[in-house]
Design a binder for this molecule. Structure first.
Ligand code: UN1
Length: 497
């Protein structure tokens, strides 16, 4: 019998008040049942938020360096548990072990960065315009943070949000994706084992509609951080707008890799395979458009198709696997739908375009890595995020044209240019409308200590990672100390003393 997992609310592991559970199965093999997880409801969220509000009163007073020490221990424990968590993650999410190890590593890096930040969390001290007066700012915790995360980085993305939130002194209510509740549970267990006061973290499993909305709507939740689709992000934006909650959104992408005629084509080939089909294309940073210079177009395309056809599908736990399954049936059907749309639009299917068959793959959500050529700017496959293993090839004639095509989508997360022309490279870094530009590297693989996020409908102006996320999870307070013993009037008594 598979285990029945629980929520973590108010310091203990508890069953959901709804009494309902759902099954979580291995996407590479549905006969493998990972466990039954709570289908929680608004009552569970309400209990969790109230407990977190109590936790906040306690945690906010713990000195930031001491909060950082807890996160350092979290980093140590994640390091010890890396292999175990990576295996559990591959089993529940599907991507290959090398990638799930990388996913845990990103969590470890984020933990150690947060630990160090406990001794920084800088404010400013600036001169006052008056004599015998100091002016300074410092960063204060905000309150209860609702953290709503997707399936594709089951460890890394929650850590990007939860660790800075905690370091800044907030309490957290965490809702992992329904597809990866086990990894979410392992993360919370690690936080508790590291000595985080239990009131400070709450874990509520369940759907976005039931649990995510209840967290976002709850009056005692002051800030929400969400990674997921642009459509859901817009809904959360409306909800937070009504109550003036602080909201950080990280959403869709339609990232392009530009390959110029002077590029190192072997390097670009390795790059596009990794960028387009790593994580089975299920990244918001995935390379989903390849803008190929016409002079290298046909040659590049032939080798590309040859290499894509050689990619081996299978369980991510096997060392022979290059590409794992998709996360679930809905994701696979959505990919198949986009393949139909592309065909109807007259795009030319070069390889893939169907579910993977065969005895070995029959019981998983496997879809063949797919490449379409002859995609024109404005076609739906060129404009819309698929979130699956589908690459759209667009022929371009110049860097200027490539930049225009790149920019003419509603998203702006990542971008890449392969070239040996240093002037072109800097121009692209300047003119590509995206939060990230890679030169001679694919669109995926952002590092944990730099700000991560996008422009246009990819985000709402906030950044995760690096130093910027600490701004989101804390509020600036300014303190003036006048030790002159007299009434000094700012903007009035300034220079005539
Ligand atoms: C995402 O897909 O939501 O840069 C994040 C990358 C990863 C993060 C992807 N570090 O591809």
């Amino acid at each position: 019998m598979a285990k029945t997992f629980k929520n973590f609310i108010d310091g203990s592991w508890v069953a959901p008040t709804t009494g309902e559970h759902y099954e979580n199965r291995n996407p590479a093999d549905w006969s493998d049942l990972i466990g039954r997880f709570p289908k929680s409801g608004p009552k569970d969220v309400d209990r969790a938020v109230r407990a977190a509000a109590r936790g906040f009163e306690l945690w906010r007073r713990v000195p930031a360096p001491a909060r950082g020490d807890v996160l350092r221990r979290v980093g140590d424990l994640l390091t010890e548990r890396k292999e175990e968590i990576a295996r559990a993650m591959t089993r529940e999410m599907g991507k290959v072990l090398a990638e799930t190890r990388g996913d845990v590593q990103e969590g470890i890096d984020t933990a150690y960065y947060a630990a160090g930040e406990g001794r920084r969390l800088f404010g400013y001290t600036v001169p006052s315009e008056l004599r015998n007066k100091w002016a300074m700012s410092y960063r204060r915790p905000i309150g209860v943070a609702g953290i709503i995360t997707p399936f594709n980085f089951p460890m890394a993305i929650p850590t990007w949000k939860i660790f800075p939130a905690l370091l800044c002194g907030n309490a957290v209510v965490f809702k992992p994706s329904v597809d990866v509740p086990h990894t979410g549970t392992l993360l919370v267990e690690t936080l508790l084992d590291a000595g985080l006061p239990p009131e400070v973290i709450q874990l509520v499993h369940g759907s976005g509609g039931a649990v995510g909305s209840a967290i976002t709507a709850h009056p005692k939740v002051q800030l929400v951080s969400f990674t997921g689709s642009t459509e859901i992000g817009a809904r959360l934006g409306e909800m937070c707008g009504r109550t003036h909650k602080r909201l950080s959104l990280e959403m869709g992408g339609k990232n392009a890799m530009i390959v110029m005629d002077d590029a190192d084509l072997d390097l670009a080939l390795d790059g596009v395979l990794w960028g387009a089909f790593g994580t089975t294309g299920q990244r918001c940073t995935a390379t989903s458009r390849l803008l190929l210079h016409r002079k290298v177009h046909d040659r590049f395309l032939r080798t590309l198709v040859d290499r894509v056809e050689k990619l081996r599908l299978g369980s991510g736990l096997l060392p022979t696997t290059d590409v794992g399954p998709m996360i679930n049936e809905a994701a696979l059907l959505n990919t198949a739908r986009y393949v139909d749309i592309a065909r109807q639009d007259g795009n030319e299917l070069l390889c893939g375009g169907r579910r993977a068959g065969g005895e070995r793959l029959r019981k998983g959500w496997f879809y063949r890595p797919t490449v379409f050529a002859g995609v024109k700017p404005g076609d739906r496959l060129e404009q819309e995020e698929v979130f699956g293993p589908v690459l759209a090839l667009v022929r371009i004639s110049s860097l200027d044209q490539a930049i225009r095509v790149n920019n003419d989508v509603k998203y702006g997360l990542s971008s890449a240019l392969y070239t040996r022309d240093v002037n072109g490279a800097f121009r692209a870094a300047q003119d590509l409308d995206a939060g990230i530009t890679y030169i001679n590297a694919p669109t995926i693989g952002a590092e944990a200590h730099l700000p991560f996020g996008g422009v246009k409908e990819t985000g709402n102006g906030h950044r995760e990672g690096g130093w910027e996320v600490y701004e989101f999870f804390s509020e600036t307070k300014v303190v003036y100390v006048d030790y002159s013993g007299t009434l000094q009037r700012a903007q009035i008594d300034t220079y005539d003393q």
